[in-house]
Design a protein around this ligand. Structure first.
Ligand code: GLC
Ligand code: MG
Length: 566
């Protein structure tokens, strides 16, 4: 390990006057699985409206809704057939207006998912493009095939879909191939068409006019591809077959120069919107699973001469699993602290609808420690619904599966499916965990709902939920701290089992200690200070308000506490 990582101290001059989003927690709702108000098996907007008070009580500032638009639901709504209509199973535009109004009345911001890379093949633009209707011919990436060795027509180049096999699909009507980086039912839009640009800006304006506070922009690295359609070089990754996306090095289909320019243009667009319409800052958060250099470039240029996303997701803790040691956490914390220019705001998350639930990956005993970590660190926190109660993966069989990246091959279903992390939210111990009133649910409710559900944790003083609630309060307290001279953080324990992370404001300290090792550990605090416990993990013996005796904290495996010297 890089010796710089053993003990890292960052001190910066006090910077204040944060905008609303810079120290906010964004709560991700996967609408299909949150709350089904009409008992048809699928979550819906009225269900979300019913639970807005819950989000307020929990202490988050914004709710991000995964796509709610009209869609054949091949990819859970990430295949949009009308960008301006609500999926009928979720409700109506009236329901949506009610949701925004009600959220705003309660002080919550509403962020929509925005999917610019591709539409559904059921979108009327695609239908019109297939039939070469005037004005729509070039909305998608249409290319003639090549003549292969045996005289057959073959795809124009070697580009692959993220979900295996060629990224090109033959269309009989148009007698051409179209590109799809995801499923063949999600054709990629062609951003070399001026009309597509206009459509997308009009779409954003439509939702901004309805009061949304910003967008999470989906699959950003994939928006542009090389205009010359050059073959991609081999990655030389070992053990991957030629139909696997990882077989190629995606120099021509990811993170193209034009994609960064597009995000910068959209930032100008949304900033102008805020300036003209007034009110709080409307924001962009971008989904970009790519190198740290490119993630940062999606934020903007190093000097801020061009700005992009307000923040671009930090996916580095998605790798956290049971084997994770402080060293693994330190390296991503320090990487972000060193690499992210100080004009930008960091962000922290441990899960989403595309990855196995963090409680399953790291094990239930470590859940609180990770929630503490992502909420005490500077910047934005993002919580995927259920993480506040330590909800684990559900159980879904191949026959019950929906995820297009996995269905169709039962031998690899368990390894590939994202259905496990999408099972319904576990509200209580009633029928279907309170998700609905007993109608068959679109994915099965996890059989763990009796042991892990919100109602139970609300009643129980020591629970993941209560820990999380305290963390949300603490995050806001820390965000409002004013330092006279300096503020900064120290991270340590990186080469051992007990990670510590301390935030400092002049003499005031908030220190997280988290035992990631297999044994009980004792960790020592500065003897000149008197420390009090602010938050403790479910299994630890510490209670909020307890004074630490002898400057030492004893932690069983998985235990974590946050203490302060105030
Ligand atoms: C993003 C979404 C994912 C979806 C994909 C294609 O990665 O998070 O769920 O399948 O884009 O839209
Ligand atoms: Mg419903």
């Amino acid at each position: 390990m890089d010796p710089r990582l053993l003990f890292f101290v960052l001190t910066i001059a006090a910077v204040h006057c944060k905008d609303w989003w810079q120290s906010a927690t964004f709560y991700q709702v996967y609408p299909r699985s949150f709350k089904d108000s009409d008992n048809d098996g699928t979550g819906d907007l009225q269900g979300i409206i019913q639970k807005l008070d819950y989000l307020v009580e929990t202490g988050v500032q914004a709710v991000w809704l995964s796509p709610i638009y009209q869609s054949p639901m091949v990819d859970g709504g990430y295949d949009i057939s009308d960008y301006r209509a609500i999926a009928p199973e979720y409700g109506t535009l009236e329901d949506f207006k009610q949701l925004v109004q009600s959220a705003h009345d309660k002080g919550l911001k509403v962020i929509l998912d925005f999917v610019p890379n591709h539409t559904s093949d059921q979108h009327e633009w695609f239908q019109k493009s297939v039939s070469r209707e005037a004005g729509y011919e070039d909305y998608y990436l249409w290319v003639d095939g090549k003549v292969g060795d045996d005289g057959q027509i073959v795809p124009p180049n070697n580009w692959l879909s993220l979900w295996r096999n060629s990224g090109w699909e033959w269309n009989e009507v148009r007698q051409q191939y179209y590109l799809h980086q995801f499923s063949s039912k999600q054709p990629d839009l062609n951003y070399r068409s001026a009309s597509v640009h206009n459509e997308m800006k009009d779409t954003m304006k439509f939702w901004l006019d309805l009061g949304v506070d910003g967008f999470r922009v989906d699959a950003v690295p994939h928006i542009y591809e090389d205009a010359q359609l050059r073959d991609e070089p081999l990655s030389n990754n070992s053990g991957v077959d030629p139909n696997n996306y990882d077989y190629l090095d995606h120099v021509y289909t990811k993170d193209q120069f034009e994609t960064f320019q597009l995000i910068y243009d959209w930032r100008d667009f949304i900033d102008n919107y805020t300036a003209t319409a007034g009110g709080d800052t409307r924001i962009f958060m971008t989904e970009s699973a790519t190198s740290i250099e490119n993630v940062i470039l999606y934020y903007g240029t190093a000097t801020g001469s061009r700005l992009g996303a307000h923040f671009s997701f930090n996916f580095y803790l998605l790798g956290a699993d049971e084997s994770y040691k402080p060293a693994d956490i330190c390296s991503s914390v320090v990487l972000w602290a060193i690499d992210l220019p100080s004009i930008y705001t960091a962000n922290w998350l441990t899960g989403n609808h595309d990855n196995h639930r963090v409680a399953t990956r790291v094990g239930p005993r470590n859940v609180d420690g990770y929630n503490m970590l992502i909420s005490i660190m500077d910047g934005v926190t993002i919580t995927y619904m259920g993480e506040e109660i330590g909800q684990e993966n559900g159980q879904v069989t191949c026959a019950q599966g929906h995820d297009p990246s996995a269905i169709g091959n039962c031998s690899t279903f368990d390894d590939l499916t994202r259905d496990f992390e999408r099972t319904p939210f576990q509200w209580d111990d009633s029928v279907n965990a309170g998700f609905n009133e007993g109608a068959e649910t679109w994915l099965p409710v996890s059989d763990k709902y009796n042991e892990t559900n919100l109602a139970d944790q609300q009643k129980n003083n020591k629970s993941h939920y209560h820990t999380y609630q305290k963390l949300m309060k603490l995050k806001q307290t820390i965000a409002n701290q004013v330092a006279n001279e300096t503020t900064g953080f120290t991270i340590g324990g990186c080469d051992a089992n007990v990670l510590f992370y301390e935030k400092q404001f002049d003499d005031l300290k908030y220190r997280l200690v988290f035992n990631l090792g297999p044994q009980q550990e004792t960790t020592y605090l500065d003897a000149k200070d008197r420390y009090t416990v602010l938050v403790s993990s479910v299994n630890s013996t510490y209670e909020t308000g307890q004074i630490i005796e002898d400057s030492q904290i004893v932690l069983a495996p998985g235990d974590s506490v946050i203490v302060t010297n105030q």
